[in-house]
Design a protein. Sequence first.
Lengths: 119, 107
Amino acid sequence: EVQLVESGGGLVQPGGSLRLSCAASGFIFSTYYMNWVRQAPGKGLEWVSYISSSSSTIYYADSVKGRFTISRDNAKNSLYLQMNSLRDEDTAVYYCANKLSGSYALDSWGQGTLVTVSS
Amino acid sequence: DIQMTQSPSSVSASVGDRVTITCRASQGISSWLAWYQQKPGKAPKLLIFATSSLQSGVPSRFSGSGSGTDFTLSISSLQPEDFATYYCQQANSFPLTFGGGTKVEIK
């Protein structure tokens, strides 16, 4: 069974940093392309970042470009999101999700981790 | 960036009703359109990919159609477990973008 478990969320002050992790199991992580998607409280879904299986291709939403860094460790079956220069508008539940083979649809999702940026 | 516009933003329906949700892309995305269901406090669940392909385990009362810029998600006979928020997503190019969501509520 595919499992994605996010961790690392919490309360951080504006301008601060946080590193999210996503632990994967139940599938061959090293062959899957991964994404981060976020959802502000009471709002819709916003795609944040994408990383290919070998980390050779990475994309970011304009809203986080230059502040967030996606990475992965295939040996540890883990995905990461380093978030710097956090803003109030980054407050959201952050989900990791794997890409469906043959499509850029998002197949399996974690339960999410809440990031709150507030002074 | 490709903008995705969903309508309606909410719909009230009864068990057994047929419900149709529309999603429009700001430019052509061929058939690269996915639909998700999200219940309160839960992660989204992939229902349909490539416009009309049902994800494994999704009931056949869900169906999708369209191409280019106009797409629909239909639920043929609404069940109690279908009351949720539905999102479309274009899977054609980065940045991936979602529609604003359609909340299906109990009438």
